[in-house]
Design a protein around this ligand. Structure first.
Ligand code: WTA
Length: 657
């Protein structure tokens, strides 16, 4: 088994270096060591306690029903309203004037939204959604940049028991259409345009293209609700009877809305993510268990202090990190948070540090790829700002290399902030493996240990525990509250994808390889399946391959993720042209890269495309990606003895180098 990240296994020196929590931090931390003890003593009772930190309209009768595994039910019989837990209850507790969201737009415009204002906004949207006939269980697609209305829409869906499906606004119209169709969304919420690196670009136009017209129209969609953001698209298309402005509808609705309570297992959202096969899968999350675990992890992992901390998660709402730690985790805890619309270098590389300074951000949560980008820009940029408000740093999305970890702590965290390296997935819904900042020692590059209440282990092919230093499969061997409840419309795929590798044991296999060091600290080494991780974004090799063969010139394509100093992995594609097609060099390569951007998203554009005469295949016809990785990363070739034609590499090397 080999790691697909190409990340090197830590040396014993690295594995040995530990940063224990400071006495000062430990003394004030929300979570102490007794949290582990309590959870170990009675796991289900522990989760019941965590669930009771939420407001329930009807108490649950059972903590977990696992009788139909792997289809779980958590907090059986309980009823709650997710939006009430995120908004109303803070207003009711007298904190209506507290800022929920310090919103910063990419052009520099900004808005502060208090919990009372948020309640009014969410109520208006809920009233409008109700008025157009949306009923609990209906699906709503959200295709929006990071504007407050996106969060308001998510919460309004939650308030009504609707299921939202956020589609990253960087995705193509093709990707949007397949997600709208799969979920049979009735409503699509979007904006007229979005800012991209300082310039307005149309967005609703993508929706129009996605939804089609006439025979090709997306049949499920009844309404397209449009928020005015850029006010810039001179050719804005309007389909009468389908398209409405937010300003004419939601903004005019009543700001009072009486919420209903929903079953703990009411579907809350779908989030499509890449798997090992081409078709993205709609990961289903429900209400009570999900909210319990995001609330719990936000409080304990980030050590959040209500009314004092200012939290900032740099993720986009299009990804799970944006769902759990930009919407449901912070808001269920009554947090004050920053939401930033744009890229970190708009208008220049100081943007993030200016925001930290301006709002006094105390907890900052970003991906390693951004840390490495900051390193490239140079420390004089953060050094030009007062970052003393920061007291805790988080990392998510990919393995963090020890060098980036140390830089993050020293330069951003003034050598004193604890760092929580949080491992989790779209499927797990919330953080699973991470230090507790006041309890657990931290080692640069290690996610350390499962959180209290979570059980994870590393095993070999035969499900036996691995010895320290050996790489194995990371598995979750007990159900957890925020676990995915399925893949939308495809129960069998759910079972096959996650529960078949260790079916006898009934364990969830995460797709990651990992190892323990001598202190039993856990090191996640990255995906061992055909999923790439580019700047913390999951992209499957086969998705990119099918986009490439969609181009008329391409007969066959093989895609791998090659180690990349900034993005973690970079996409390298090897393509064979169809007979008679002329290789036009750069023109063709540019066309192929555009094809991928169009079919999937610009984030999936290959870093390199190599036209080759042949692909290395085993006698059974399987493409040997491992060898292509060797080529792309400039290594000596591994074992080529199982290849049909070992000489193909001479040609590939000649072309590639
Ligand atoms: C990777 C993002 C190492 C991992 C929350 C996982 C990580 C995939 C870490 C899920 C981490 C996430 N250390 N690897 N701290 N966090 N990963 O679904 O390979 O976008 O399987 O969820 O990201 O990506 P996803």
């Amino acid at each position: 088994m080999s790691s697909s990240t190409g990340q090197s296994v830590p040396t014993s020196h690295e594995a040995g270096q530990s940063f224990p929590p400071s006495r000062d931090f430990a003394d004030q931390a929300n979570a102490g060591a007794e949290l582990y003890t309590r959870a170990d003593a009675d796991r289900l009772e522990f989760w019941a306690e965590q669930a009771r930190a939420l407001d329930w309209d009807t108490d649950f009768t059972d903590v977990l029903d696992w009788s139909n595994a792997p289809f779980a039910k958590w907090f059986v019989g309980g009823k709650l309203n997710v939006a009430v837990n995120c908004v109303d209850r803070h207003v009711a507790a007298g904190n209506g004037d507290r800022v929920a969201i310090h919103w910063v737009g990419e052009p520099g415009d900004h808005r502060d939204i208090t919990y009372s204002q948020l309640l009014g906004d969410v109520s208006r949207a809920a009233n409008y959604f109700d008025s157009i006939g949306l009923r609990p269980g209906d699906r709503v697609a959200i295709y929006m940049p990071m504007v407050p209305e996106a969060i308001v829409t998510m919460l309004a869906c939650a308030r009504l028991g609707l299921t939202h499906s956020v589609v990253f606004a960087g995705f193509s119209s093709t990707a949007l259409r397949s997600r709208v169709d799969d979920a049979e969304a009735k409503l699509v919420v979007t904006t007229d345009g979005q800012y991209r690196r300082g310039k307005p670009a149309p967005l609703k136009a993508n929706v129009d293209e996605a939804l089609g017209t006439g025979d090709d129209a997306a049949v499920s969609v009844q309404t397209v609700l449009v928020v005015r953001r850029t006010n810039h698209d001179p050719e804005l298309n309007w389909v009468s009877g389908r398209d409405v402005w937010w300003d004419d509808t939601v903004a005019e609705a009543s700001d009072h809305h009486e919420p209903d309570a929903f079953d703990s297992e009411q579907p809350l959202f779908l989030l499509y993510t890449s798997g090992t096969t081409g078709k993205p899968k709609g990961i289903l999350h429900t209400s009570g268990g999900y909210l319990t675990q995001v609330r719990y992890t936000f409080h304990n992992v980030f050590d959040h202090k209500e009314g004092r901390d200012v939290f900032w998660c740099g993720a986009d709402i299009g990804w799970v990190t944006g769902h759990s730690y930009l919407v449901y985790g912070p808001l269920s805890n009554g947090a004050t948070e920053v939401v930033y619309e744009g890229t970190p270098n708009s208008p220049n590389e100081h943007r993030h540090f200016e925001i930290i300074e301006r709002y006094g951000v105390s907890i900052y949560y970003i991906a390693p790829t951004l840390i490495r980008t900051f390193m490239k820009w140079g420390r004089e940029i953060p050094d030009a700002h007062d970052l003393s408000s920061l007291r805790l740093l988080g990392s998510v999305g990919e393995p963090i290399n020890p060098e980036a970890w140390r830089w993050y702590r020293e330069v951003i965290g003034h050598d004193s902030c604890p760092i929580v390296d949080t491992w989790w997935q779209t499927e797990t819904g919330a953080i699973m493996i991470s230090p507790l900042p006041g309890v657990t020692d931290a080692k640069p590059g290690s996610a350390m240990r499962p959180l209290p209440g979570i059980s994870a282990t590393i095993v070999d092919d035969d499900a036996a525990p691995v010895a320290a230093g050996e790489q194995g499969y990371l598995v979750l061997d007990k159900p957890w509250p925020s676990m995915l409840r399925g893949i939308w419309g495809d129960d069998q795929r759910f079972i096959d994808t996650y529960w078949s590798r260790f079916a006898d044991q009934g364990w969830y296999f995460a797709g990651d390889g990992a190892r323990y060091d001598d202190d039993h600290a856990l090191w996640v080494l990255g995906r061992i399946d055909d999923v790439m991780n580019v700047s913390g974004h999951r992209i499957s090799t086969s998705e990119v391959e099918s986009a490439l063969v969609n181009h008329h010139s391409v007969a066959e394509a093989a895609v791998i993720g090659a180690a990349d100093a900034t993005t973690g992995q970079g996409i390298v594609a090897f393509v064979i042209l169809r007979g008679g097609v002329e290789d036009t060099g750069d023109t063709l390569i540019a066309e192929l890269r555009d094809q991928v951007a169009k079919d999937i998203s610009p984030i999936a554009k290959p870093r390199e495309v190599l036209v080759v005469p042949e692909l290395p295949k085993t006698r059974s016809g399987k493409i040997m990606r491992r060898l292509l990785k060797d080529v792309a990363e400039g290594r000596e070739l591994g074992d080529t003895s199982t290849l049909v034609d070992p000489t193909v590499f001479e040609e590939i090397r000649l072309r590639g180098n």
